[in-house]
Ligand binder design. Structure first.
Ligand code: ATP
Ligand code: HMH
Length: 506
């Protein structure tokens, strides 16, 4: 076998500029879905540093454009020169130009600044059908085409630039693309967005041998959505960015097309406007968890078990006073055994804690468990008939906690230990409240026990334990967070089982 220099197993592309500096010269869309607003999002989402020189202001929302204001061209010149006097521009995307004076000014600037990559989106008419380029400026726009490396017309724009009728099928759109590319001497991105059918293809067309073939097609599925406002702006600025980063148009469209398709698919979550809504440029960005977010998720996950706990005979009879002495004694004895195991697990949390504050918090919790355990023996269990044998639910619950402590993840361990604080505090408060509501009778057989329940110091410790666990979730990886939710939910189920164990095993 001969080994050639071109036979790399995985031919890596040379990165041209890791974070290209990309300038958008375009109009403003205050609704944020098109124009420079879309361009800046698109540039950032595709790994570039975005800049913007505004050619025109539009009064626009997802339903249409109602006014256009083109500021003095002198001011445009100052903006463009301010950028190129100071900053190396790796790529330029040109969008809405408004009128012929603006086009001439941009043309002058391109001739002087000579940016390495120029993408021209020949914007004439908005998705809503409103004009964004004065009719008298169409000739000036045609003359600008040869200064661009890539032109990205939609089908009506392609037809207008050629002075031909609009293509109604993909094959004739590609033929028109070839004619425009040959006329301008550059690459044309022919877009299938305006065609009908299940597919939504795009193609890069260049008749000068720049591409691997004259026509390079990229198949795509049509996304069923009204949210197509600004797809053309987003595509052209993403292409400018990806070209500067990856070095060639084909590599650029290979990453940009799937990105755009996903942005269309996920656009529904944005819920912006009543008309043609924007696409979701940052669909790939995982939003960082904010403080309190994970606590809410855990609380939501605990609701089913909490409802189950309130429905248990044990809890209802403890509240009413009808609970049998045997079941109450079983519960107390298992609680003492459980607390001993729980104390060891909290000591492990203390050992894994990332700082002294948390180390001390769990160490104190661990110590408190042992104190409560001996108080149970001293004050509650000494006069009772109890076996002191390890029950099946107690064993399973403690084993689950020990397994979580063996996982080595502080965050997962905290999620496992939290329900014992949180659900117990919650149930305790409800039981105590119910006892007070019913008149706080001394005749209640479990009056002493119910009085100990609503302990403010324990509620405070519970709040702190929730905050620490929430913070640990913020620092955790997505996989670790999933394991946290699993460990938390499992402990919640054991909390329910623990209250139900006296009925089954007592
Ligand atoms: N429904 C869709 N599903 C998938 N891709 C689409 C859809 N609509 C448009 N696209 C893609 O979006 C890009 C822009 O295409 P389109 O032909 O809509 O441009 P445009 O008319 O200039 O956009 P704009 O709506 O911003 O004026 C192309 O890559 C096209 O394939
Ligand atoms: C400012 C601006 N530029 C371009 C378009 C094309 O979508 C638009 N709607 N608004």
């Amino acid at each position: 076998m001969t080994v050639s220099a071109q036979s790399a197993v995985y031919p890596l592309k040379a990165v041209r500029r890791p974070i290209p500096r990309v300038l958008s010269i375009a109009g403003s869309d205050p609704s944020g879905g098109a124009g420079i607003q879309a361009d800046l999002k698109s540039i950032a989402a595709n790994g570039g540093y975005g800049m913007a020189v505004i050619t025109a202001l539009t009064v626009q929302n997802t339903q249409g454009v109602t006014a256009v204001h083109v500021p003095p061209v002198e001011f445009l010149r100052q903006q463009l020169d301010a950028i190129s006097d100071d900053i190396t521009v790796d790529a330029v995307k040109i969008g809405m130009l408004g009128d012929a004076a603006v086009i001439h000014e941009v043309r002058r600037w391109l001739g002087e600044a000579r940016p390495a990559v120029v993408v021209l989106d020949p914007v004439m008419i908005a998705t809503s059908g409103d004009r964004l380029l004065a009719e008298s400026a169409e000739t000036a726009l045609r003359e600008l085409l040869p200064l661009a490396d890539l032109v990205t017309p939609n089908l009506p724009e392609l037809a207008m630039l050629l002075g031909e009728p609009e293509a109604t099928d993909w094959a004739s759109a590609l033929e028109q693309g070839k004619r425009l590319a040959a006329a301008c001497g550059n690459t044309v991105l022919v877009k299938g967005g305006h065609l009908q059918g299940a597919g939504c293809p795009d193609a890069l067309v260049n008749t000068g041998g720049v591409l691997s073939q004259d026509v390079v097609e990229f198949a795509g599925r049509r996304v069923e959505t009204r949210n197509s406002h600004g797809t053309g702006c987003s595509l052209s600025s993403a292409m400018a960015t990806a070209k500067a980063r990856l070095g060639d148009w084909e590599s650029a469209l290979r990453v940009v097309k799937p990105w755009l398709q996903e942005a269309l698919i996920q656009s529904e979550v944005l819920e912006v406007g009543k008309g043609n809504g924007p696409i979701h440029h940052f669909h790939a960005l995982r939003h960082a968890l904010q403080p309190g977010d994970f606590a809410v998720r855990m609380w939501d996950a605990a609701q089913t078990e909490l409802a189950a706990i309130y429905g248990l005979d044990f809890i209802q009879h403890l509240q009413s006073g009808g609970l049998s002495e045997a079941q109450f004694s079983y519960y107390l004895s298992q609680d003492a055994i459980y607390l001993n195991g729980y104390s060891r697990v909290l000591a492990r949390a203390s050992a894994l804690a990332p700082n002294e504050t948390e180390q001390l918090f769990w160490a104190r919790g661990s110590q408190m468990c042992l104190e409560v355990e001996s108080e149970l023996h001293r004050n509650w269990l000494s006069g009772r008939q109890v076996s002191g044998e390890l029950g099946p639910v107690t064993k399973a619950y403690v084993d689950h906690l020990l397994a979580a402590s063996a996982s080595g993840s502080y965050a997962v361990l905290l999620a496992a230990v939290l329900p014992c604080y949180w659900l117990y505090a919650e149930v305790g408060q409800q039981l105590h409240h119910g006892y007070l509501q019913a008149g706080a009778s001394d005749e209640h057989p479990y009056a002493d026990w119910l009085r100990t329940y609503a302990d403010e110091a324990f509620a405070e410790a519970t709040r702190k334990a929730i905050d620490i666990t929430d913070a640990a979730a913020q620092a955790a990886s997505p996989a670790e967070r999933a394991a946290m939710m699993e460990a938390f939910a499992q402990s919640c189920r054991y909390e329910t089982a623990f209250f139900d164990a006296p009925r089954l095993h007592g």
